[in-house]
Each structure stands twice: as C-alpha cells, then as structure tokens.
Design a protein around this ligand. Structure first.
Ligand SMILES: Nc1nc2c(c(=O)[nH]1)N[C@H]1C(S)=C(S)[C@@H](COP(=O)(O)OP(=O)(O)OC[C@H]3O[C@@H](n4cnc5c(N)ncnc54)[C@H](O)[C@@H]3O)O[C@H]1N2
Ligand code: MOO
Ligand SMILES: [Mg+2]
Length: 418
C-alpha cells in the first residue's frame, strides 16, 4: 500500500490557492478582429486617444442659438430669429451663429461657433422666409454636450484581464481598435478517469455511468476564458494514465483530471504521484467537497487532480482551477467575488472541515437571501445547474442556522475593476 494513501499533508484552502497561484505563467497574447473578441480577455490597457465627444455636440433636434437672445421668450411671447442653415449629422457648419440668428440642427451634429445652446424643435415654430419662432428662454449650455464631457484624452478606460463584453466592445470601437490584443486562450486538457465511465452516446450498462464530469468541466473552462480539450476517458490503469497525460502535456497549458485521487485500490492519480518526476504541491485540502483534491507541477505544467464525485469536481474547479486561469490571463481579482446573505434554512454538516455548499441567491426587499441549490452531497450532480454561488459554512461540526448571515462566493463573475 502506498505512502500517500495514508500520509497526506492537510492544507487550508487559502494555502492551496496560494501554492497554485505561485505558478502563474502569463499567457501569450494575440491580435484578434474586434467582432471576434467577445468573451476574450483583454491584454492591453485601453487609454482614450481622443476626447468624447470630440466636438460640441447637439443633444436634440432643434435650433442652435445664443441664449441671451431668448430672454423673456415663452409660448405667449415668441421671439423671431433668422435661420442661417441646416446642419445634419456628420457635416461641418458653414457659418457662425450671431445675434438674431439660429441654425437648424440635428441630434449628434456639430454645434456651430457663436451658438451656446440648442432649443428643442417642439419649442419652436417654423415661419416662412427662413425664420423661426422661439417659445422658450434658454440658458447657456442647454442641450449641448461639451467636448470631453464623457471621456478626456488620456483617461484610462480598461486594464488587461478584463472580459470583453458589450460595453467593452463599444469602447474599443469608439477608439478605433479594429484589432484587439487579447490573451491566448489557455488550452486545458480534461481527462476523466474510471473504468465505470461510458461515453455520452453509449447505452447504460450494469455498474457503469456516463461521463458527465468532462462536459461539466469543459463548460467551466469556457466560462473561465479557456479552451477545453476533452480527452478520451482513462481506465483505472496507472500505466495508461501516465502515458496519456505525458502525451498531452506538451500540447496544452494545463491539465485537469477527475477521479482516482482518494484512498481506493484503483485511485490511479495517487499511483502516478508516487512514481512521477513531478512535484506534488498538496494532496489534501481542509474542505468539503473535494478534500482529496491534489495539484502537481509536472514538466512545466500544472496538473489539477480533482475528485471524481461531480460536486467535488465542480467545486474543486471553481476554487483552484478558475483562479489560476484568471491569473494567467491578467486578472488581478483571481478569487471569486464575495458577499453576505441570510441563510433561509438550517444547514447541518457532518465533517469538521469548512463546506462550500452549492447555493441559489435571491434578492427580496433590499436583502440578499441564500438557499442550498438542492441536495449537496459530493456525489450529487443535479444541484450544480441551480447554483449561482457557493455558501461558505465554516469549520467545525455545527453547521449554520436559518437567518445566519453567511459568506457567499459568487459564481457569475461581476465586473470588479477597470
Ligand atoms: N475510505 C475512504 N473513501 C473515500 C474517502 C476517504 O477519505 N476514505 N474520501 C471520499 C471523498 S471525500 C471523495 S471526494 C471521493 C473521491 O474519490 P476519487 O476522487 O478517488 O474519485 P473516484 O473514486 O474515481 O470516483 C468517485 C465517484 O465519482 C464518480 N465519477 C468519477 N468520475 C466521474 C465522471 N467523469 N463523471 C461522473 N461521475 C464520475 C465515480 O463513479 C464515483 O462514484 O472518495 C471518497 N471515498
Ligand atoms: O471531499 Mo469529498 O468531495 O467530500 O466527498
Ligand atoms: Mg476513488
């Protein structure tokens, strides 16, 4: 019987996370067409190269004029002005607006020199002979967006690591980034181990189950910004596992395995760790689910050996693999954002380790509540789909009580920084 099966060094989760983050090796970058970079991680700092707007911009369809010439104007006391020209969007005014004059102007067009306000068309009446009635007293600046109101040149708008979503795409387009520098997606090899595992399209057979972890993990890799490489299922055969892992190691940026990390006779990853030329960072974490989660560093790559139980696999990925993937793509906030929420039910637990319970958040009357997403045993798979957070139940056998304010880790990434 092997040494590691009975001599495991227990680490706290924070220690395990720091050990993993120590190996951050930044991804290379690539230039991608703007329309193709949605969901990618920005690899550059985006600084405003011009003000927004870069000209005095009309906020309404109406008439550009001098506010001082509208004193006393109202529905009952109209003031007559001469219309100099019509300024559509995209063209340059051809003349200044002087006293007694107004220029017809469209929303988004350049306000002509001399004008200091724009009156909405609804407050005017077109007269014959290029004249207009003004029915409202205007103040200087009304309906004009000054140069640089939204963005000043040199403003830092986005930092590396940021996920490119709709708002980021709009910023990049505004400042002329037809191609965008993004981090290359890390290629993540995913291996499920276990002689009980069937391919998804296989009929069920006695004692066998379909491999769900590989597809769950592939989705998690994509959400984290990586590119999953789903490998064929590995049998509980140590030599075959070693050969398959070695074969792929050079072609990917990291490897994730599930299963075979506990103390069973067929726990093949444990066998590998005893004979390999890699370094085992840890092989037991004080947490549930996923206490046997192990991570090693092998020939320049991290190998995350997650527990086979689906709940443990999911949580292990979130707490260890996702922070690493975020780190190699420049994100400064690598760990999950947290909040506190009121637990809506008693939660008792058996193990003395802290527990990360799959949870569902609910907002009601300005308060945040949380419930377990369903059954939470490590072997339970169906509650994963209903989880938008992990509820932290602290160490000790006590669990938590209804109405306790508990720590909650958010699974959906909020926008944390520039
Ligand atoms: N005597 C002990 N037994 C166990 C201990 C222990 O301390 N002493 N720890 C338990 C804990 S906690 C966990 S977690 C599991 C970890 O097991 P492994 O990581 O070795 O995983 P396997 O044994 O390979 O599988 C466990 C379970 O998960 C199913 N599985 C595996 N792969 C997949 C997959 N790709 N898709 C769906 N389901 C999968 C597998 O069939 C097993 O039912 O060990 C406990 N035991
Ligand atoms: O550490 Mo295990 O995942 O609780 O069953
Ligand atoms: Mg096992």
């Amino acid at each position: 019987m092997s040494r590691f099966r009975f001599q495991r060094k227990l680490v706290q989760l924070e220690e395990a996370q720091q050990a993993v983050l120590h190996y951050i090796n930044m991804q290379k970058t690539e230039d991608v067409a703007l329309a193709d970079c949605f969901g990618r991680r920005l690899a550059m700092t985006v600084t405003a190269n011009h003000p927004v707007p870069h000209f005095r911009r009309s906020g309404v369809d109406g008439y550009a004029l001098q506010a001082s010439g509208t004193n006393g104007a109202s529905a009952d006391q109209e003031i007559k002005l001469d219309v100099t020209e019509m300024i559509p969007c995209g063209s340059i005014p051809s003349m200044q607006v002087g006293q007694g004059q107004a220029a017809r102007i469209m929303t988004g067009a350049v306000v002509p020199d001399g004008a200091d306000s724009v009156i909405m068309i609804e407050m005017t009446e077109v007269l014959p002979d290029h004249q207009v009635h003004i029915r409202k007293q205007m103040a200087v600046g009304d309906n004009i967006t000054p140069i640089g109101e939204e963005v000043e040149p040199g403003d830092i708008l986005m930092l590396p690591g940021r996920t490119i979503r709709s708002g980021e795409a709009a910023v990049l387009a505004t400042f002329g980034f037809a191609r965008v520098s993004v981090f290359r997606k890390p290629r993540v090899a995913i291996f499920s181990t276990g002689s009980e595992l069937l391919e998804v399209d296989s009929p069920l057979a006695p004692g066998k189950i379909r491999n769900s972890n590989s597809y769950m993990l592939a989705a998690q890799v994509i959400e984290a910004g990586g590119e999953p490489v789903i490998m064929p299922v590995l049998p509980d055969d140590p030599a075959e596992v070693e050969r398959a892992l070695l074969q792929v190691l050079e072609q990917v940026d990291l490897v994730v395995t599930t299963g075979g990390v506990s103390v069973g006779d067929k726990d093949v990853l444990v066998d590998l760790f005893e004979r390999w030329d890699g370094e085992l960072l840890f092989n037991k974490i004080a947490m549930r689910p996923g206490s046997p989660t192990s991570v090693g560093y092998w020939r320049g790559k991290l190998l995350f050996a997650l527990s086979g139980n689906p709940g443990a696999s999911f949580v292990g990925f979130e707490l260890l693999v996702r922070p690493y993937i975020k780190g190699i793509m420049g994100q400064t906030e690598k760990l999950h954002a947290e909040t506190k929420a009121y637990l809506q039910t008693d939660y008792s637990k058996g193990s003395a380790y802290p527990r990360y319970v799959r949870g569902t958040l609910k907002m009601q009357d300005g308060k945040v509540y949380v419930n377990p997403a369903g059954k939470d045993k490590s072997s339970i798979m169906t509650s994963i789909k209903d989880a938008d957070c992990l509820i932290y139940i602290p160490a000790g056998g006590k669990g938590a009580a209804r109405d306790d304010l508990v720590r909650v880790l958010l699974l959906n990434e909020p926008i944390c920084s520039l």
